[in-house]
Write a protein that binds this ligand. Structure first.
Ligand code: SER
Length: 347
C-alpha cells in the first residue's frame, strides 16, 4: 500500500467514478438550499436530497462529489481525541434511479483493492441483518471472504439522518490490529477500541422518511455512498490521528509555530492545538460560503467556533489576532479543489 496525500486520494476517487460514467460536480455550499430542517451541510448526500426524492431532475443519473461538511454535535470531544473534528470532506458516488447494489459493491471493492491497494486481509464488511442480496454480491461478485462479513442491526447498518432519503447500508472497515476477528462481538469490541475503523458507507437508499417517522418507499432505488476523506487518508498514511494527515498536519505545525509550542509535549496544550487546527478549517470554509458570525443559526455556530479557537489561542499564550494567518494555510491546502477559498479570501 502506497502512501498517498489527501488531495491525491480525492482526485483518484473522483477520477475513478468518472471512469464509471459519473458526472463530477464541485462541492455544494455549506449553506443548504430549500432545506428547512438542516442548518449546515453535514453529509455528501444532503445537498442532493431533491434528486433522490424526485423533486428535481439531476444533471446526470450518476454523480460523484467531494462535499465539504460541518458537524458540531461532537464539538466537546474535538481536541480531546485524535479523531473528532467539526470539519470533514466526504467523497461520494450517487445513483439517482440508475445503478444499484450489483454495480456499486464491485466498484467499491475495485477502488479500494485495486486503486488504493488496501490489503484484503485487513478489510471487513458489514451488512444489514437480512440483506442476503448484498451478502451474495459481496461474496460472489466482489469475491470477499464470507468470514469477513458481519451482519449488524438498524443502529449500525441502516442510514438515516432526520427526515428524508434513507435505507439499509453496507460499511467497509479497515483493521489496524493483529489477528483475525471471527465473531460479531469481537468485531464490535475491536471497532469500539478504534482498532477497526469504518471508512466507507454504501447506502441503498430505498425510502423517504417523513415527519411522522413513516418510511415511504421511493419509486426507484438509489445509491448514496460516503467515504470520510480524512479517515481514508489516515489509513493510507498509516496514521491513527486525523491531525497527522498530511494537509491537516501542515495547519497544526503552523499553530505550533505561532504559539511557539511543540506538539506532543503537553496533554492540555495538545488539546488546544488540535482545537485551533480543527476550528480554523471549519471557519475558513464557512466564511468562504458567505456565513458571517451572528447570534443565531449558522452565524452562531461560526461565532462559537471562532471564539473557541481564539480562547485556545490565548491559553497557548498567542498574542494578538492570529486566525487570519492560519486561514492562509487552509486556503493553500485546499484551493485547488475549492476555488471559492481563494476567490473569497479578501472578504
Ligand atoms: N449518507 C451516508 C453518510 O453520510 C453515505 O453518504 O454516511
Amino acid at each position: 500500500m502506497e502512501k498517498i496525500g489527501l488531495n491525491e486520494i480525492r482526485e483518484a476517487y473522483l477520477g475513478f467514478f468518472e471512469s464509471k460514467g459519473h458526472l463530477r460536480l464541485p462541492s455544494f455550499s455549506l449553506v443548504p438550499k430549500n432545506d428547512k430542517g438542516l442548518l449546515i451541510i453535514n453529509a455528501g448526500m444532503a445537498p442532493l436530497k431533491p434528486y433522490f426524492t424526485g423533486l428535481q431532475v439531476p444533471p446526470s443519473t450518476r454523480v460523484t462529489t467531494c462535499q465539504k461538511c460541518v458537524r458540531t454535535g461532537d464539538i466537546e470531544n474535538v481536541g480531546k481525541t485524535s479523531r473528532h473534528g467539526t470539519f470533514f470532506e466526504m467523497l461520494g458516488n450517487f445513483s439517482f434511479g440508475d445503478y444499484f447494489k450489483n454495480e456499486v459493491i464491485p466498484w467499491a471493492w475495485e477502488f479500494i483493492t485495486e486503486v488504493l491497494k488496501l490489503p484484503k486481509d485487513r478489510l471487513y464488511v458489514t451488512i444489514y441483518l437480512d440483506d442476503d442480496e448484498a451478502f451474495k454480491i459481496w461474496t460472489e461478485k466482489a469475491g470477499v471472504d464470507p468470514k469477513r462479513i458481519f451482519r449488524l442491526g438498524k443502529e449500525d447498518n441502516f442510514w438515516e439522518i432526520g427526515k428524508g432519503p434513507c435505507g439499509p447500508c453496507s460499511e467497509i472497515h479497515y483493521d489496524r490490529g493483529e489477528g483475525v476477528v471471527t465473531t460479531v462481538d469481537e468485531f464490535l469490541k475491536a471497532a469500539d477500541e478504534d482498532r477497526i475503523v469504518e471508512f466507507w458507507n454504501l447506502v441503498f437508499t430505498q425510502f423517504d422518511k417523513d415527519e411522522n417517522g413513516n418510511y415511504n418507499k421511493l419509486s426507484k432505488p438509489n445509491i448514496d455512498t460516503g467515504m470520510g476523506l480524512e479517515r481514508i487518508a489516515g489509513i493510507m498514511q498509516n496514521k491513527y490521528s486525523i491531525f497527522e494527515v498530511d494537509t491537516i498536519r501542515k495547519i497544526l505545525d503552523e499553530v505550533c509555530k505561532i504559539s511557539k509550542r511543540e506538539y506532543g509535549k503537553s496533554k492540555t496544550e495538545d488539546i488546544s492545538i488540535r482545537i485551533i487546527t480543527d476550528h480554523i478549517r471549519s471557519t475558513t470554509f464557512m466564511i468562504s460560503d458567505d456565513i458571517l458570525p451572528s447570534n443565531e443559526g449558522r452565524g452562531y455556530v461560526l461565532r462559537r467556533l471562532l471564539r473557541r479557537a481564539s480562547r485556545h489561542g490565548k491559553l497557548l499564550g498567542i498574542e494578538g489576532s492570529f486566525l487570519g494567518g492560519l486561514c492562509d494555510v487552509v486556503i493553500e491546502n485546499s484551493f485547488k479543489a475549492y476555488p471559492e477559498l481563494k476567490e473569497k479570501r479578501n472578504i
